[in-house]
Design a protein. Structure first.
Ligand SMILES: *Cc1c(COP(=O)(O)O)cnc(C)c1O
Length: 470
């Protein structure tokens, strides 16, 4: 190390000196001594590292004094009071955006979370019998009524549901899966890897594009624990393809005494065809084949909280419930409260489509989206943004969340050009404000997709644009 650097390290403020300044500024009203001290140490250590590793020539004058280190520490401690998990405006047009929290909850679900969460509840208490009950019981009757299942069990998410079913039915045994269904969902969820963790052995059959019933028949033996079907949620194989239908797999399973499972992924509870969307197999349809177990997510097409829902035959569900892993994957009371309220909307499917924001976004006629876009433009024009230019255009939105991957959903975009700023700079700035607005970028324009933007979001958009147009 050169002399200059050594000199600078020596002139770095002492921790005690910084603490003294902070104490005078009443820092201990904001955080206890240990946290303040540790933060000081970190800030000074960072300065040290910077001096040691600096590539450019540095000068002694640039070395911060105790006061500026103190203000750095204060900033860092105040940062702890800023919520990290925040609401954002999703202007991407991806309806079930996994990075943006998938399905927004309906008002009834939120109200139930507050009600149940702010007091004691009968979470695991059977009020009729006055004895211990099961937490799943609060939603299983609804789920069974809505899907035709004999029984239901809820866990943390669908990945957990798949792990639990595989481990219960195929531990140290083989689980037969088509090579065309060995998918990766994203976020490191790969079917072969989840199988390994469940201690079941993957028995691949068929080829990527074609798997026949005969392939499964040949693979069944006395080590088979499960025949598994996986919905290829986030991609489609087109062209020369073939897959065994569930009915024939169920018949095969019955004749050989092997349970059959379907990982449906999305968990659609209503017929989407009536809204001009591609057919997505509903949970009821999947169960009507006589299959033993079906798993699906709570926060994809269902439009509720994160959860993994396992439905199917009573005897198989009994086994799954007894698996000790179930305890480790269990759902919490807030999720149950939200799920119950979400499911209740499905008793009136038309109401479900209106009350659940993700379903509404998916099925809303493009004319209504256009109206909202025009309303936004009118509002924006009233603001007299000198440097901004607005335009309307047609495009396509997407379901996201690994649902309906090839479905093009017509939508309307509001484009914004800024004479003074590039689109990528605008995108970045909108991402860093109090209520971030997440947009699409296309060349020199940022785009708001009105399919995922509600009228409630308009003020946040206007506020954001005010901040980037000055
Ligand atoms: C999304 C998905 C999963 C994972 O579900 P999470 O609820 O995200 O854990 C598993 N299998 C399929 C087929 C999926 O589409």
């Amino acid at each position: 190390m050169d002399d200059l650097r050594k000199e600078m390290l020596k002139t770095l403020p002492k921790i005690d000196e910084v603490l003294l300044i902070l104490e005078k500024q009443n820092i201990y009203d904001l955080a206890p001594r240990d946290i303040v001290k540790e933060t000081c140490r970190k800030v000074v250590q960072d300065l040290r590292d910077k001096i040691v590793n600096a590539k450019k020539k540095i000068s002694v004058e640039s070395c911060p004094d105790a006061a500026s280190v103190a203000s750095e520490v204060e900033k860092s401690i105040k940062g702890l009071y800023r919520y990290s998990l925040r609401r954002v405006v999703n202007a991407t047009g991806v309806i079930l955006h996994t990075n943006l929290g998938r399905a927004p909850l309906c008002p009834e679900a939120l109200q139930r979370i507050v009600e149940v969460g702010s007091s004691y509840s009968n979470l695991e208490f059977d009020l009729a019998k006055g004895e211990r009950g099961q937490r799943y019981d609060h939603v299983s009757s609804l789920i069974c009524a809505l899907t035709g299942a004999e029984d239901a069990l809820i866990v943390n998410n669908n990945a957990a549901a798949v792990l639990l079913v595989l481990n219960t039915l195929a531990e140290k045994k083989e689980a037969i899966v088509s090579r065309g269904e060995l998918i990766e969902i994203g976020g490191e969820f790969r079917i072969p890897e989840i199988m390994k963790k469940s201690a079941s052995k993957l028995r691949e059959v068929g080829t990527t594009n074609r798997t026949r019933l005969g392939d499964y028949e040949k693979a069944v033996n006395d080590k088979t624990g499960l025949i598994m079907k996986v919905h290829t949620s986030n991609f489609r194989i087109v062209g020369f393809t073939e897959e065994a239908d569930i009915e024939s797999l169920v018949a095969l399973g019955k004749s050989r005494g092997v349970p059959v499972m379907d990982d449906l992924g999305s968990g659609c509870l209503i017929d989407l065809d009536q809204y001009g969307l591609q057919h997505e197999p509903t949970v009821r349809e999947a169960l009507a084949t006589g299959i033993d177990v079906v798993t699906f997510s709570g926060d994809k097409l269902l439009g509720g909280p994160q959860a993994g829902i396992i439905v199917g035959k009573k005897d198989v569900l009994e086994k799954i419930k007894k698996n000790p892993l179930n305890r480790a994957l269990r759902i919490d009371k807030f999720t149950l409260a939200a799920l119950e309220a979400t499911l209740m909307h499905y008793l009136n499917p038309v109401s479900a489509v209106n009350k659940l924001r993700s379903l509404k976004a998916l099925t809303e006629p493009v004319a209504a989206v256009k109206k909202r876009a025009e309303k936004l433009i009118t509002k924006l024009q009233k603001e007299n943004f000198d440097s901004l230019k607005f335009s309307l255009r047609e495009d396509f939105a997407a379901a996201g969340g690994g649902s309906l991957p090839t479905q093009q959903i017509p939508t309307i975009l509001v484009g914004v050009k800024n004479k003074k700023m590039t689109a990528s700079k605008m995108e970045e700035k909108l991402r860093k404000i109090d209520v971030p607005v997440i947009v699409r970028v296309d060349k020199d324009e940022i785009l708001f997709d009105l399919r995922t933007v509600a009228e409630d979001d308009f003020d946040f958009i206007i506020e954001g644009l005010k901040q980037i147009s000055i």
